[in-house]
Structure formats: structure tokens, C-alpha cells
Write a protein that binds this ligand. Structure first.
Ligand code: SAH
Length: 241
């Protein structure tokens, strides 16, 4: 079954954008996944086709209307559509590789892109939208977040990534950041490739990569390292039991 992505947006022209190129683009053209956009404005029914209004309670900015967005969602995902429904939102669950894996195993995704100050809370609640954030910063709209999320998901779909191996010891997959990479030329501006990598000794290479991954993770993401250590300690004690 083909993974089916539907994106609800005020800017459908932003799609497929970067997802039309490279790995994701080739898979899209080959039918390995599909992407449909829904123009939220098509579901406005007043003379001005308005999709937003002033915030209840006052204050700056505009809020996307619940009724218009709900009609767009109901059109895009009628009853029986079991795909997860996401709302890109800086308030959401921070996106992690484990979520990306789960989402890639789903039949597809419905993604709502917010604009302005955000969207009326009632449509989030009543349409069961799961809020997802791509980081602790504020974008002007959900579209770049949706593109980032879809990129991460699509590369995990069967057949999309040429080399399956290359997904294995990547950053986050084993709780660590990835080790550094080197390739030709052997000498670059007076700096050689580390000896161990040209030694041909696979066990030493693996040990070096492992210790470099741990060193980088300790230096840059101590939060990941403690979770990783807690995780492997848990596994060891379980296997002994
Ligand atoms: N007033 C909101 C920000 C609105 S930004 C607040 O302070 O929380 C406008 C839209 O951009 C949001 O509705 C959301 O869809 C998108 N967006 C902004 N930052 C994002 C992030 N870090 N992750 C995912 N979506 C984001």
C-alpha cells in the first residue's frame, strides 16, 4: 500500500518543493508515496473567502477559524480514514526519530499547516489533531515544518533509501550522534584520514566509530548520552534476568 500524505495549507504551491527532488522526488515520481495538497481557503464560504479572524479576548494577530479548517479536514479525511492527523505547532511534541519511524509505518499522514498566530483550539480538540514541533523556534507557518517531517518519514519508506545499511548507525538510531566521516583525498590541506580508517581492520574501525560517537554525544548532547546509558543498562539487566 502506498504511503499517502495529505497536506492542508494556505500555500499549496510550497509542495512538493524540495520533496520533488532527489530521493523523495524519485520515489514520488515512481509512486512509492503520494502527496496531495488541500487549499484550506477553498472551504471558506463568505464573500471574502476569509480563513482567519481576530483572537477572542483581544490581542495582536489573527487566528485560523475552526469552521473553515474543520470542513477542509472532513473533506480530506472522511470517516474511516485511519491516518494520523498532525498539526505542525511550536507547542507540540518535539519530533524525534522514534516518532518518524512510527509515522513511516502508518498508511500515510494528514498534516495541517498553521499560519498567523495559530488555529482555533476547538478544531484541534474536535478533529483529534496531534501537535508536533520541529524545534524550539517559531516559523511563520507550518509548511517548512511539514516538509521537514515528510522528508524524514519518506526516506524511511521501503525502497526509498538506496542503501538500507546507511540508515542503521545514523545519528539517533542507537541513541548516539553519528561518528565523523572521511573520504578521498587521503590528504586534505595537510590533514590525513585517521590511520585506523585506512587500516583495513574492521573491528578496530568499528571500535573507533563507536568511541567517536560516544565522545561527540557526550560533548554536544549529554542529554542523549545519559538516556543511551540508561537504555543499555536496562537491556543488560533484563538479559541477565
Ligand atoms: N503564536 C504561535 C506561533 C505561530 S507560528 C505560538 O507562539 O506558539 C505560525 C504557524 O507556524 C503555527 O501555527 C505552526 O503551524 C507553524 N510553526 C511555527 N513554528 C513551528 C515549529 N517549531 N514546529 C512546527 N510548526 C511550527
Amino acid at each position: 500500500m502506498t504511503f499517502r500524505a495529505t497536506v492542508l495549507t494556505l500555500y499549496p504551491e510550497m509542495f512538493p518543493g524540495p520533496l520533488g527532488l532527489s530521493l523523495a522526488g524519485r520515489a514520488l515520481a515512481a509512486g512509492g508515496w503520494s502527496l496531495e495538497t488541500v487549499q484550506i481557503r477553498d472551504f471558506a464560504n463568505d464573500r471574502h473567502r476569509s480563513v482567519d479572524d481576530t483572537p477572542a479576548g483581544g490581542g495582536a494577530g489573527l487566528v485560523m477559524r475552526a469552521d473553515v479548517l474543520a470542513r477542509a479536514i472532513d473533506h480530506a479525511a472522511p470517516g474511516g480514514d485511519t491516518r494520523p492527523r498532525l498539526l505542525m505547532s511550536p507547542r507540540g511534541t518535539p519530533l524525534r526519530q522514534k516518532h518518524v519511524r512510527d509515522l513511516a509505518a502508518a498508511p500515510g499522514l494528514l498534516i495541517v499547516c498553521g499560519r498567523f498566530e495559530g488555529i482555533d483550539q476547538r478544531v484541534i480538540d474536535r478533529r483529534g489533531l496531534e501537535e508536533m514541533s520541529i524545534g524550539d523556534f517559531v516559523l511563520s507557518g507550518g509548511e517548512p515544518a511539514a516538509l521537514a517531517l515528510l522528508d524524514a518519514v519518506v526516506r524511511l519508506l521501503p525502497g526509498v533509501m538506496g542503501n538500507v545499511e546507511s540508515g542503521r548507525d545514523e545519528s539517533f538510531e542507537n541513541g548516539l550522534l553519528e561518528h565523523p566521516h572521511y573520504t578521498r583525498p587521503q590528504m586534505f590541506e595537510g590533514e590525513a584520514i585517521p590511520d585506523v580508517l585506512v587500516s583495513g581492520d574492521h573491528a578496530r574501525v568499528a571500535a573507533w566509530r563507536r568511541s567517536e560517537a560516544e565522545r561527540l554525544t557526550a560533548q554536544r548532547r549529554p542529554d542523549l548520552l545519559s538516556a543511551h546509558r540508561a537504555g543499555s543498562a536496562g537491556k543488560n539487566s533484563r538479559s541477565k534476568a
